[in-house]
Design a protein around this ligand. Sequence first.
Ligand code: SF4
Length: 73
Amino acid sequence: MSYTVNIEKELCCGSGLCAAMADTGFALDAQGVAEVLPTASELPDDTLLDIASSCPTLAIRLVDGDREIDVFG
Ligand code: SF4
């Protein structure tokens, strides 16, 4: 993986979709908000793009170095 994954927790609605799509990369914390797991670094970039573009509130941000990725690009 080259992308870094961040979650804007204030945007997350707790749908759990990201964890359902890749439970090695995402989980819901005790507050029901998504968190990035350390093993997310093992997910391919195209999988991360799929997940980020599927998030209903666009809470998942992907960064490549200092460049934010347009997940719909
Ligand atoms: S898919 Fe988006 S809204 Fe749903 S739990 Fe993950 S980060 Fe939160």
